[in-house]
Design a binder for this molecule. Structure first.
Ligand code: NAD
Length: 262
């Protein structure tokens, strides 16, 4: 088991990538604090882990809020008496360009996607140090690596997560704390399934991935397990792309078989 005797927090653990990661962490032997703004969803994931013989507790948190993030880390310490891994995964999206996006939506997305990573680290690092090191993992996105039209705040927030990851990794390398990000392609989680109900959106999405399919939450969870484990002991400051070949593919399509003209 890759995470035996480790204690982990997974935010956004009530759904999608976070839910799959909390379950995989527990399968690998970690005790997991499942954290989500929807407390009942966090409870469901924790119950699923417990039913499978793992160790988990749930906590309701708003990762964008200072006091709430601090209380989440405190809850982990009082419940499990330590912390080795924090997976800052909770995130949200609002669409819009510079003219249409509201200032409120800008602040909301930057809070949930970026401020959360800062706050998670702010309160976790002391405890990771106390254990002689640990891992911070952040969910970024391929949207942080290129410009997504009509998704400016999401793209900006995920680019910020990538560089925040790099910056924090240099701060904590000497303490044995590795900080990495994961950049998923399109993963079949509830919000993506909803967007893909439009067949044209689904087809475009499938075409974009060289593998011709979307990813499954477990395929991101497996990357998170690796980054949380000692198997990645010399990896820090990285943004690992897990995207079914999306980023590798030329925007022109395959030679002799171009993507359809819009
Ligand atoms: N699904 C994809 O294709 C994809 C691709 C790239 C990146 N991501 C990123 O992956 C992460 C997980 O997304 P997902 O697709 O699993 O979505 P999801 O909606 O299935 O899960 C996100 C969870 O985060 C929780 N959450 C939202 N705001 C919160 C807050 N303020 N505090 C605490 N919890 C909060 C939600 O309640 C939800 O349970 C996000 O950071 C997202 O941006 C997803």
């Amino acid at each position: 088991m890759l995470l035996k005797n480790k204690i982990a927090i997974v935010t956004g653990g009530g759904s999608g990538i976070g839910e799959a990661s909390a379950i995989r962490f527990a399968e690998e032997g970690a005790a997991v604090l499942v954290a989500d703004i929807r407390g009942h969803k966090a409870e469901q994931t924790a119950a699923e882990i417990t039913a499978r013989g793992g160790v988990a507790k749930a906590v309701e948190v708003n990762v964008a809020e200072d006091a709430s993030a601090a209380a989440m880390v405190d809850a982990c310490i009082s419940e499990f008496d330590g912390l080795d891994v924090i997976y800052n995964n909770a995130g949200t999206i609002r669409l819009g360009n510079a003219e249409t996006l509201s200032v409120e939506d800008w602040d909301l997305v930057m809070g949930v996607n970026v401020r959360s990573v800062f706050l998670g680290a702010k309160y976790a690092v002391r405890h990771l140090r106390a254990r002689g090191g640990g891992a911070i993992i952040n969910t970024a996105s391929i949207s942080g690596l290129h410009g997504d039209g009509n998704g400016i705040v999401y793209a900006a927030s995920k680019a910020a997560v990538i560089n925040l990851t790099r910056a924090m990794s240099t701060d904590y390398a000497a303490a044995g704390i590795r900080v990495n990000a994961i950049c998923p392609g399109s993963i079949e989680t509830p919000p993506v399934v909803r967007m893909n109900q439009d067949p044209k959106v689904l087809q475009r999405n499938l075409n974009a991935h060289a593998m011709g399919r979307l990813g499954q939450p477990e395929e991101i969870a497996n990357a998170a397990v690796w980054l949380a484990s000692d198997q990645s002991s010399f990896v820090s400051g990285e943004a690992i792309v897990v995207d079914g070949g999306l980023r590798a593919r030329s925007p022109l399509g395959d030679l002799g078989n171009p993507l359809p003209v819009r």
